[in-house]
Design a protein around this ligand. Structure first.
Ligand code: SAH
Length: 360
């Protein structure tokens, strides 16, 4: 696993643990509460520069400016869809690119953030993992996605929900993710309650247990995509070494520890996992669990052989689940036309630059 964070990230993000801001402040005789004040300026008051932090002493602002960064990324592409969805392609200090999305839905302002550059899980239908994983994102890079997306909103609006469903496998980068999510909860910062934070995972049992022990209260979504091991291993290759029984047992342990209803995600791929029998298998697998099934119609990726389900096969699939008493919801498509599914924009942008991939 790529633990290496390249040296191009020369000045760390101010809120990255690598900055060790508390120690830095202490070494300058500054009180510890200044660290929280800086965090609040960034998350709550949307400061763009250290100079904006007007209640900090001027010489402190100048030293911060010299030694830390508020922005380690640049916005390479900013796309807006008619439904209010906005997507950012961010370029990191080492030239890698990641995606994050703002979704507007009624009063909700949900952000979908990435946890890694690329992904090692290899799900065969997903654009994020085509070239494998490059590296973990730092806590600063995860935090910066929240900073950037929050600043797309007018001053009177706030982010309300976080879903970690962008590029990467969040449970493979928990050490960097958890501090960023903890900061997001600060009531004077973003103030996003733990109950409005969802982590989506391919289902890595030891990491699910770690998350349960951390007692974060986050909502867990487990990507199933198939109810039998043969098909799941074909679609989600990492399943070969884990198996559905272990994934379900870990999900149950998370439910017991957190008391939070689980979500199971199921991407519907036309002609592959959308038959009524497969819906019946899924209902059996879920048994009596008090879980929500989130059906995600496939978002076609250029150059991949997978198809969206037809409307009739999707409805049949849903009927079988509902008849079996399963609580099911269909994820509505958002951001059509801006490559809003994970990993798509990065590929399209890279492809159009190199002239090798069609622009969707
Ligand atoms: N690694 C995490 C987060 C992935 S993104 C996980 O596996 O859950 C969140 C969801 O989007 C996952 O269920 C993923 O399988 C799904 N997904 C990936 N590519 C998709 C596509 N092109 N269309 C629809 N859903 C997709």
């Amino acid at each position: 696993m790529a633990e290496h964070i390249p040296s191009a990230v020369a000045l760390p993000h101010i809120l990255d643990p690598a900055s060790d801001l508390d120690a830095w402040l202490a070494s300058r005789g500054q009180p510890a509460w200044r660290g929280r004040a800086i965090q609040r300026w960034l998350h709550g008051r949307r400061a763009m520069t250290f100079a904006d932090m007007t209640d900090l002493p001027r010489d402190l602002r100048e030293s911060l400016e010299a030694e830390f960064r508020i922005w380690t990324t640049t916005v390479a592409v900013h796309k807006k869809a008619d439904d209010g969805t906005e997507k950012l392609l961010l370029e990191l200090a080492d030239g890698q690119r990641i995606e994050c999305v703002l979704l507007r839905d009624g009063e909700r302002r949900t952000v979908c953030i990435s946890s890694q550059v690329g992904c090692a899980m290899g799900c065969v239908f997903c654009a994020s993992g085509i070239d494998g994983v490059v590296r973990n994102l730092t806590t600063g890079e995860i935090t910066e996605q929240l900073q950037r997306l929050a600043r797309l909103l007018p001053a009177e609006e706030r982010l309300s929900h976080i879903v970690v469903m962008g590029m990467g496998e969040p449970l493979a980068n928990l050490d960097r993710l958890l501090p960023a999510l903890a900061m997001a909860q600060d009531p004077q910062g973003l103030g996003i309650s733990q109950r409005r934070i969802t982590i989506s995972t391919v289902g890595l049992p030891p990491a699910i247990d770690r998350l349960a022990q951390a007692d974060t209260g986050y909502h867990l979504a487990v990507s199933l995509h198939a109810a039998d091991d043969a098909l799941r291993t074909r679609l989600v290759p990492v399943n070969k070494a884990i198996g559905l029984a272990d994934v379900m047992a870990a999900a149950d342990r998370y439910w017991e520890a957190s008391g939070r209803r689980l979500t199971f995600e199921y991407v519907l791929l036309g002609g592959v996992n959308d038959a009524p029998d497969q819906a019946a298998d899924l209902a059996r697998l879920l048994g009596g669990r008090a879980a929500l099934v989130n059906i995600i119609p496939y978002n076609a990726v250029a150059g991949m052989p997978w198809k969206e389900p037809t409307a009739s096969s999707r409805e049949r699939f849903l009927d079988v689940l509902r008849d079996a008493g399963i609580n099911v919801q269909v994820r509505r498509r958002k951001g059509a036309g801006i490559e809003a599914a994970c990993g798509q924009l990065r590929r399209v942008a890279a492809g159009s630059a190199a002239g090798s991939l069609p622009v969707l």
